[in-house]
Write a protein that binds this ligand. Sequence first.
Ligand SMILES: Nc1nc2c(c(=O)[nH]1)N[C@H]1C(S)=C(S)[C@@H](COP(=O)(O)OP(=O)(O)OC[C@H]3O[C@@H](n4cnc5c(=O)[nH]c(N)nc54)[C@H](O)[C@@H]3O)O[C@H]1N2
Ligand SMILES: Nc1nc2c(c(=O)[nH]1)N[C@H]1C(S)=C(S)[C@@H](COP(=O)(O)OP(=O)(O)OC[C@H]3O[C@@H](n4cnc5c(=O)[nH]c(N)nc54)[C@H](O)[C@@H]3O)O[C@H]1N2
Ligand code: SF4
Ligand SMILES: [Mo]
Length: 693
Amino acid sequence: MTKTIVRGACPHDCPDTCALLVTVEDGVATEVKGDPDHPTTAGVLCTKVSRYVERTYHPDRLLYPMRRVGKKGEGKFERITWEQALDEIAHRLQPIAARDPQAILPYSYCGTMGLVQGEAMAMRFFNTLGASLLDRTVCANAGATGYKYTIGGSIGTDTEQFQDAKLVLIWGGNPIASNLHLWMRLQEAKRRGAKLIAIDPYRSLTAEKCHQHIALMPGTDAALALGMMHVLVKENLLDHDYIEKHTFGFAQLKDRVADWTPERTAATCGITVEEVVDLARAYGRTARAGEPVAIRMNYGLQRVHGGGMAVRTIACLPALVGAWRHAAGGVQLSTSGTFPANKTVLQRPDLLRGKLPRTINMNTIGADLQRDASPDFGPKIEAVIVYNSNPLAIAPDSAQVQRGFEREDLFTVVLEHFQTDTADYADILLPATTQLEHVDAHLAYGHLYMMANNAAIAPLGESKPNTEIFRLIAKRMGMNDPIFDETDDELAAQAFDKKHERAVHFDWSSLKRTGWQKLNMPVAPFAEGGFPTPSGKCEFYSASMQADGLDPLPTYIPNYESVASNPELAEKYPLAMISPPARNFLNSTFVNVQSLRATEGEPHLDIHPADAASRGIADGEMVRIFNDRGAFVARARVTAKARAGLVVGLSVWWKKLASDGKNANEVTSQRLTDMGRAPTFYDTLVQVEKAAP
Ligand SMILES: Nc1nc2c(c(=O)[nH]1)N[C@H]1C(S)=C(S)[C@@H](COP(=O)(O)OP(=O)(O)OC[C@H]3O[C@@H](n4cnc5c(=O)[nH]c(N)nc54)[C@H](O)[C@@H]3O)O[C@H]1N2
Ligand SMILES: Nc1nc2c(c(=O)[nH]1)N[C@H]1C(S)=C(S)[C@@H](COP(=O)(O)OP(=O)(O)OC[C@H]3O[C@@H](n4cnc5c(=O)[nH]c(N)nc54)[C@H](O)[C@@H]3O)O[C@H]1N2
Ligand code: SF4
Ligand SMILES: [Mo]
């Protein structure tokens, strides 16, 4: 028997990007473990990826190319050869491309975060074709845009420093479920005497374990930050020296927060005046005492109308109290902007040769698939190629998405590991390799290590890496440019820009051996200012925002669906619904892994005892959650974890594995955020009633 250990990287859309050690015995992967030597992984994996072997050898893995034989959505397929699959794809795409290649749309997101298996070969193909561009904004773009206005880029406090913070605000994040390795640091901080405060409408697994939990209404975070600033100014809990040297627009900010009294703030957020004042004092006084105060802001708070503005506003707080002076102070939203990833070299936008195809926003796919050709929209979408994503489950306003994919005249190709909800709508379904079967290079959005993934085992069945599938389609369509001959290792070797000071030491062959290598980065990025904004300062006032038609100062933007902005709607649908990630799923990935689904059980809806009582709903009963867009059923958990006025449906379930064939996205909307063209999953009003038996 031969037994080897292969170094890998977790490919999932998770900030932690763990370093993996894969045990391979006689060509079969038998165990996936976390690398004990990698500083953030520290030998620990989440429950999901601990089951990666189960997922990889799952009896339902797609192993052969398939052609649809049933109706769209029915899920009936017949096996075909790769030759037949490629011929059919080329045969269907070529005439469309000849008329107008913009009628062809890629639809992809972060099923894998790999720089190679993500968009490298795929975008070379779509750029050569001149296909529609996809705005890949389903997740983080409101927050990233807001953060950029204030700080200048996705750069923040290093995860490896958080254990030394004395106060940590966990703001719109649930690290026990979605950022486990930061939680491990926060546990250490707690042992060293730090106070942890969760700011979250829901008593999440994390909020339960913090010293304090402030349960504000969804979408009111900017108001809370403005109220905090009001108290910081009034009680002079400020670092005037830092403000003077490293910030821009303090005088205007001071005016702006003047009328954000604790009373107004508390009323807006649905919390108490004491909670506002005490939070500001804890933050300001800890900082004044010379101790590090850190904020872990996460994406949960930016999936609402004013999500970008909320992040931009919260990002002002550390500079006001001088928190950036400490390595363990400041704020982290994402570290992805620290990486000099070479996306232009990998994806080759120059292949568009000066053309600028129209852009389709992935959040409005439901509506856009149903649009006819028009001067402002461009051609009707005639073909979609889906990879690394499951839009039927994850995109908002699911009934519309389904209607779009049902179109008989739409040609759909899906590259997948499994027959997902989306795969059921494919005309041609192609088997893709998993992370154990292909090579990739990774950045992270929760730490500062460049990561390598080696192939541990041979591809199962006839599955192929995304790269290889796009190489083959490109060639079958007559694209002979040598850029389609580059191997995955050649692509990975170009993943980071060696000319950039942070990555001068990047070398693919050594990275493959060691698995991970830290970027060159100062330990406290903004201790001496140096913000990558236009002014070089932390921008309380942003001229760029003004130029972009936004309020240049922090402000509060109410949810689209709230009493404040739409009282009539709120009367009909009085409950705010959020659908954040379940611990044992990763978006819709892993829902079909039996052991993980068994832990989650079935779709639940957490509802406050008062809201349940007034509807005659008892714990454990099936309920129907609905609004004008649609409805789905779930089993009620009557619990004060959901604050009054809020219901929570942990997500993202595969629809076909739910009793009614639906999930939470039946009720979410296609409206976009204030900035960043991002979705508003958590800006949703619903009504709940007992389900008909
Ligand atoms: N186990 C697991 N881990 C994951 C994922 C997963 O699906 N499962 N998904 C991954 C991905 S793609 C992402 S983007 C991240 C997301 O991870 P996070 O950024 O942590 O985001 P969410 O889980 O969306 O929300 C976190 C918390 O925000 C709260 N929240 C919702 N609305 C608001 C609000 O308006 N204000 C405030 N303050 N809080 C609010 C929710 O109740 C939830 O507890 O996690 C990644 N990690
Ligand atoms: N209601 C609600 N909806 C949400 C969210 C929410 O909190 N609530 N969260 C949103 C967020 S933050 C995000 S990021 C999106 C995530 O949406 P998606 O990025 O679509 O994520 P997944 O649902 O995990 O689907 C990824 C698919 O890619 C496949 N895949 C993985 N690796 C590969 C590969 O190498 N090749 C190929 N071809 N396929 C592969 C997996 O099998 C999986 O089916 O969902 C969003 N939708
Ligand atoms: S999903 Fe996140 S926590 Fe789990 S192994 Fe991957 S990177 Fe680590
Ligand atoms: Mo995400």
